[in-house]
Write a protein that binds this ligand. Structure first.
Ligand code: DLL
Length: 442
């Protein structure tokens, strides 16, 4: 269903006219109201009048997460605090969190964008949506919530955690749509198994999953286990929250960017030049309608590419590929670059394993060392009499090692563990554990 058909299928020409007008307004607003941006623009010898076409975006400075931290908490506000009606915050791996703020219009736009995302994924007015994203400072819970209500769905604000209760509510309320991180949904499926409930036979039809990177293989696994269609949703607090990009249920290939609200660029993270469509690079967003905390050319640290072909669903907004991972999460092992999602894809091919794993990065002299922890399923565990020294396990370990070496070109020490030994996620899974880094979670 198209929630805002006119906008979602707008011709490129009209869309670009709208984007230019909104870009010009945004640049004027930050130049006038945010000393940080005024200084940056002046340093580059630019005034808002220099933005005459969309390609003039290239003249504008980039914004990074460190800029948000340096201006913590409210230094980048473009409105007075009296106009702010919501504050969210995102966790980071070090130092202060980043804080974002919203005016009433910002919240309304976000709800509208999220409503069309949910509609693009099969949600309909009158249906029931089970929202298992965390509520709180994280943008997931409330972001989805407002969109779901706006669309007219009965929204169950269950939040993350208390997984047995989640299963009971799914059984009792019979929602058609579930929203959660993919790793938490895996946890919910596992809990259904434990409770003797058949995941194939719930009322669920669609999943809207994101907030962390997940491979196509995990998607297939979730779709088969739950007998649903699972769509990818992308977003980040600094730019808005969930809804910046959404897959459509018709095609399930690439995420449509809400281009009436965000200008998307993909750049080479080294040269900072745009890369051609179809090539991978770092996603950069400029907000076009945000009032409280607009961002200019925000470098997300996320790797994706533009899918140049028009989408068969009829939406004209550009699509990006699913996110390969964050630049910070890329492992560089003896000169080879690997994303955890690539290791995940390789692991999902082993029927003996459950889809949970952890990569532990430690230092060995000057080099990074990776240990991969995986978990066998109950059936195999029973068949080897719970003896992890069994030859079957040695053989499995060697096969996993070889598979990763062949498909990812790196050697990882592989540890096969008993069922349940890897911590289950209730939000964003911590798949990569860097032993020398402090992880600050809020
Ligand atoms: O995770 C917003 C969100 C909530 C998106 C619910 C989707 C659903 P942050 O906590 O600020 O915001 O984290 C943003 O999470 O830069 C990506 O690295 C990662 N991320 C978000 N969605 C995806 C996705 C929310 N679909 C950071 N695939 C982003 C891969 C994702 N990574």
């Amino acid at each position: 269903m198209l929630y805002q058909e006119e906008i979602e299928t707008m011709s490129r020409k009209k869309l670009e006219e709208l984007q230019l007008k909104r870009l010009q307004d945004t640049v004027k607003r930050v130049y006038r109201n945010v000393p940080f941006y005024q200084k940056k623009l002046l340093e580059q010898g630019i005034t808002p009048d220099d933005v005459q076409t969309l390609t003039d975006i290239k003249k504008l400075p980039f914004t990074k997460k460190t800029d948000l931290r340096a201006n913590y908490p409210f230094g980048l506000l473009a409105v007075s605090m009296k106009e702010v009606i919501r504050i969210h915050s995102s966790s980071g791996t070090s130092g202060k969190p980043t804080t974002v703020a919203y005016t009433k219009n910002d919240i309304n736009h976000w709800a509208e964008i999220m409503a069309r995302c949910i509609a693009a994924c099969g949600g309909e007015p009158g249906g029931i949506l089970h929202n298992a994203y965390g509520y709180g400072l994280f943008t997931g819970g409330l972001g989805i919530h407002y969109g779901s209500e706006k669309l007219g769905m009965a929204t169950v604000p269950v939040s993350a955690g208390n997984t047995e209760r989640q299963v009971m509510l799914i059984e009792d309320y019979k929602p058609t749509v579930i929203t959660a991180t993919p790793s938490y949904l895996l946890n919910i499926i596992e809990t259904m198994d434990k409770l003797g409930i058949d995941p194939q036979n719930t009322s669920l039809q669609y999943g809207i999953l994101g907030a962390e990177s997940w491979s196509q293989e995990i998607r297939t696994h979730i779709e088969e286990r739950l007998n649903i269609k699972a769509m990818d949703i992308y977003g980040l607090s600094e730019v808005m929250g969930p809804g910046v990009g959404i897959e459509c249920k018709e095609v399930q290939n690439g995420l449509h960017i809400a281009e009436d609200h965000f200008l998307v660029e993909i750049i080479d993270p080294e040269s900072l030049e745009p890369v051609p469509d179809g090539e991978e690079g770092e996603l950069v967003f400029t907000s076009l309608t945000k009032e409280a905390m607009p961002v200019i050319r925000y470098r997300t640290g996320d790797i994706a590419s533009i899918i140049p072909d028009p989408c068969q669903c009829g939406r004209t907004h550009k699509r990006i590929s699913r996110i390969k991972g964050r630049i910070d999460d890329m492992l560089i092992i003896r000169g080879v670059n690997v994303f955890p999602s690539e290791i995940e894809s390789a692991l999902l091919q082993f029927e003996e394993l459950v889809p949970h794993y952890q990569l532990i990065i430690s230092r060995e002299g000057a080099l990074d060392k990776v240990t991969l922890k995986v978990e066998i399923n109950e059936k195999i565990y029973k068949s080897i009499n719970q003896n992890l020294e069994h030859d079957k396990i040695k053989h499995l370990t060697a096969r996993i090692y070889r598979k990763i070496k062949n498909s990812c070109l790196i050697s990882v020490e592989t540890l096969v563990e008993s069922p349940g030994s890897i911590p289950r996620s209730e939000g964003k899974a911590i798949r990569v554990l860097k032993l020398n880094e402090k992880h600050v979670k809020i």
